[in-house]
Every structure is written in C-alpha cells, then in structure tokens.
Design a protein around this ligand. Structure first.
Ligand SMILES: [Zn+2]
Length: 300
C-alpha cells in the first residue's frame, strides 16, 4: 500500500505563465493512477505547516521578508516570485512533508507530490523553492526526539545547496547530493570539496556528473550513495526525487530513460523509514517518470 500526500493547494505553487515549474503534474499523476489501477494507495491531505516549525530551518528575518514580499507580489530572486497563493501552497508543501515523515517513521511507504525544495537556505531562497520542507521536517522530528539522525539522499539534477547549507555543521544529518556538474547548471555550487564544516565535517557529499551522462554513470553514483547511506545508518531517510534527470528535461542535460526510474525505485525500495519527495522535473513526462519509479519501488 502506497500513501500519497497531496493537497489541492499544491496546484497554486505556480509562478505564472511561461515559468518552467508546472504544478498540474501532480493532478495528472493522480488521474493516471486512478485510471490505471497499477497499485493500491491511500490519499492523505496535509495541514499547513506552522510558522514555529518553519523557524527550525529558516531565520525569522527571512520568513518576515517572504511574508512581506507575498503581500506586495515581490520576488525572492529573478526566477522565484512570491504571492499569497504561492506562499499558501508552500505552507501546505511543508506540512505535507511533515506528514510524510511521520508516516514513514510508522513504516509506511509514502510519497509527497510536492516537496524536496532543496534550494531554500536558512536566510535566502531561489530556484523555485521558498521553504525547505525536508529540513523543517527533519528538525521537527529531532526536536520531538522521534529521531536522532537523518540522511538526505538528493537525486534531483541540481545541487541541493540550501539543504547543504542548513545542515553544513551538523553531524546528525548526512546530506548527499548527486547532480550535474555545477559549472554547467544552476545553482553553480555543490562541488566534491564541499564536505561539511566543524563537527559536520565529512557529513556532506556532492557527487557530480558530466553533462550528457546517462543511466550507467547515474546508477554508479547512486550505488556509491547507497553505500554511504548504509554506513551512516540513519534513523530516517528523505529521498529528493528529481524527475529533471530525464533525457527530455528542458532545464538539464542528464540522459536517464523512463526505465531508469524503475531501476531507481527498485534500489530505493530496500531503505526502511524513508519518505519520497517529488522535487524538480520540467518535461511533460514527469507523471510517467514518477509512475516508473513507483513500479520499481512497490515491486514484490
Ligand atoms: Zn532540479
């Protein structure tokens, strides 16, 4: 049984016409699984995240700035405008990942159809990310003493530099990001020599892939990540599932096939207490990509 987190407000995570992020992908995915009956699932509607929870990962100054910008329809960066509609959707997204993490700790297989907004840092954001939903969820579980350690396994095509920044000096959260060489793609940081700071030294890893890399290179990097994951032995894992590693993605240059995602799903199905977050992905194939991943993830 798969547990799917979705709120109709997710569809308002929309930055306007012509912007590459298309929130309708979640709705199309739900229509697809309803029609195809490939697996059994339950839908969960999340509540909004609380301001006090957002403060676990972001500074008050940043949050105040976001609220203010939303009122005046300003922008966090050139690619990330904010409005009250987008802000509401971001609150539900963070609430969705909190719910997903609670269900994952109960041993359920769970996916949030909007999450893994890994470009949001402590005090700034860009790259279509406003709140770092998974950093908030991890910090909340730690505060509630439900977990001590967590592992962020980020396979979006872009570096998860916001998440990296939030946990950079924290040895309790291992952050791993596998992505296209940042010299060739946004956000321009996330290199192998960025390995953490202070007590967190050694608990951040970036594995980079040359543009044009395909399934073989990508799976090799994932296997390397899985051995780091096994060694760290975290209480809880977050998978930031990017669909922007697909060969047809307009924003990136990694060449995974649709079937590659089934293989990925199979590899990640072995991890217990993990929630899957649907992050980047800008081609029209995103719903099929998620479906291919779940075919592997839910096998057996
Ligand atoms: Zn991405």
């Amino acid at each position: 049984m798969l547990h799917i987190i979705y709120h109709p407000e997710y569809l308002n995570y929309s930055f306007g016409p012509g912007h590459p992020f298309w929130p309708q992908r979640a709705k199309i995915f739900l229509e697809l699984i309803k029609r195809q009956k490939r697996f059994a699932y339950t839908l969960h509607t999340p509540a909004k995240a609380m301001r006090q929870d957002l403060e676990l990962a972001h500074t008050r100054e940043y949050l105040d700035r976001v609220m203010q910008l939303a009122k005046t329809r300003g922008a966090l960066s050139i690619d990330t405008p904010v409005s009250e509609g987008i802000l509401d959707a971001a609150y539900y997204c963070a609430g969705g990942t909190e719910l997903a993490s609670r269900l994952a700790l109960e041993g359920k297989r769970v996916i949030n159809l909007l999450g893994g907004l890994h470009h949001a840092g402590k005090n700034n954001a860009s790259g279509f990310c406003i709140f770092n939903d998974h950093a908030i969820a991890i910090k909340k579980l730690q505060k509630q003493k439900k977990i001590k350690t967590a592992f962020v396994f980020d396979i979006d095509v872009h570096a998860g530099q916001g998440t990296q920044e939030i946990f950079y000096d924290d040895p309790t959260v291992f952050t791993l990001s596998i992505h296209q060489d940042p010299r060739t793609i946004y956000p321009g940081v996330g290199f192998p020599n960025e390995t953490g700071d202070g007590k967190g030294k050694g608990f951040n890893r970036n594995i980079i892939l040359a543009p044009g890399s395909g399934e073989a290179e990508f799976l090799q990097a994932v296997r390397e990540g899985l051995s780091l994951h096994a060694k760290f032995n975290a209480n809880f894992t977050v998978l930031v599932l990017g669909a922007d590693t697909y060969k047809g993605d307009p924003l990136a240059d990694i060449k995974l096939e649709l079937e590659s995602y089934q293989t990925l799903g199979r590899l990640f199905s072995k991890i217990k207490r993990m929630c899957v977050l649907c992050a980047g992905g800008y081609s029209k194939q995103v719903p099929e990509i998620w479906l291919a991943f779940l075919d592997g993830f839910l096998e057996r």
